[in-house]
Every structure is written in structure tokens, then in C-alpha cells.
Ligand binder design. Sequence first.
Ligand code: ATP
Ligand code: MG
Length: 254
Amino acid sequence: MVTISVMNQKGGVGKSTATRNLGSFFANQGYKTLMVDIDAQANLSQISNIPDDIESTVLDAFRNKTPKIFTVANNLSIIPSSLNFAGIELEIIGAMQREMFLVKTLNKLENNFDICLIDCPPAINMITTNSLAASQWVLIPMEASFLAFNGLEMMINVISMVREGLNPNLSILGAFINKYKEHTIVSRDILEKMKEKGIDIALFDAKIRQYEDFKKAEFHKKSIFEFAKGSLAASDYNKLGVEIVEKLKSNKSI
Ligand SMILES: Nc1ncnc2c1ncn2[C@@H]1O[C@H](COP(=O)(O)OP(=O)(O)OP(=O)(O)O)[C@@H](O)[C@H]1O
Ligand SMILES: [Mg+2]
């Protein structure tokens, strides 16, 4: 199983939407895919097709219990989160190996899935550290705006720190531009800005444009592939999915 943290401490850039839609893409390609929601906002859980009154969440993983896995679609499963996950940081503050809860949980699932996507909260904290400790890759959704660079360097530093201290197998898979609008700032400008700042992250060619279909699909708790199969929105995610699979294959991750 290859594990990918979908991470950006900036809020609303499209982490949960990416996890949901890439999860669906990988599942449709035949990869047994697990999504893990580690955000107390529980957005990913809310936009996935699971019962409302779930009795087990990712909170169990942080309490040394085995969380239940829910089926979302063929080949697609989720360990959901819920609003009561919000207090977890305080709860584990004095725990032994408090960065390793997710590692322990996911190790047990190693042979059950091909790909695991972790939807991180918009923060750098002990919960995201758990995700980085358990991952081989980090995927960074970002918006094509000047402000998108705020915090990117800090995030890269944190990833390096985790690589040195906790998880030598961690690398950045790449970033992709979400909510892209033609005629505004283009990826070339973004790449230049990154170079200027000495930020060395691969940017996927595929860009996800801004479409209402994403919001509509979420409302119906469907991925873009189920909700609007032939849409431009679905075709954008398809392109990104193909690039990611290629990169994972060329690195022998899948
Ligand atoms: N390409 C897109 N086009 C239009 N709307 C989008 C697109 N991507 C995401 N959105 C919308 O933007 C909002 C934020 O997206 P999302 O919840 O995925 O971001 P996030 O990074 O997970 O946020 P948070 O940091 O709060 O967890 C959602 O309402 C989502 O439907
Ligand atoms: Mg989110």
C-alpha cells in the first residue's frame, strides 16, 4: 500500500475535494483505495456516501483502537472523521509515540489496500505529523494566486523535519493548481515564483479549473466521475489522476 498525505495548511484550497475525486479515480482504475479523514471538520466524510450515524471514526485510531472502515463505492473505502475529533490534540499531548498512531493503524491495513489517501486539516500540528509519519508521499493542492505561496516554505521545512526525524521514506509527490481560471496567473508564473523563492516542488501539468460541478457533486455526496462523468471537471481530474498514477508507477510505488 502506498500512502499519500493530501496536505496544505492553507484552508479551502481543495484538499478534501482532491481526496474524494482522486480516491474515486484510483478506485475506478481498479486500485483498492482507502481514504482517511483526519480533519475534525469532517468534510471528506460528509461528501462521501456513508451513513450519518457512524459509530466508529478515526478517533479510535488515536485511542489505540481499531477504527471501522466504511465502503463508499466499489474499491473505495473510508475511515471517517467527526466533529468530536476536534479535542484530540489535547488528548494525546502526553501520550507515548504520539506521532505514530496513524502509522500503527495503517500498518495493519498494509495488505488490504493498494493506495491510501489522507485528507489533512488546514494546519500543521500533531495530527498532520501523524499523517506525514505514515506516508511515502505528499500531494499539495494549491491555488494559482500570489497568496498561495504563504506557508509553502514552512510546509516544506516541516516535511523535511519529519523526513529527518520520523520517516526517511517521505517525499513530495508534487503540487497541482486547483480552481484555475484561464487568463489569470498561469502555471508558468507560479513556477517562476517558486524558483525565485527557492521552492523546489514538481508541479503537475494537469490543472483543475473552477467549476460549479464540484460543489454540486459534493452536495450529492458523489465524486465528479459519478455526478458528471463527461464534464470538463471530470476530465480535469482524469488528467491529474493519470499523471499521478504514472508518477507512482515510475517510482515503483504501485
Ligand atoms: N476546482 C474547483 N472548482 C470549484 N469549486 C471548488 C474546486 N475545488 C474545490 N472547490 C470548492 O471549494 C471549497 C473548498 O474545497 P475543499 O473543502 O476541498 O478545500 P480544503 O482544502 O479541503 O478545505 P479545508 O482547508 O477547510 O479542509 C468547497 O466548497 C469545494 O466544493
Ligand atoms: Mg478539507
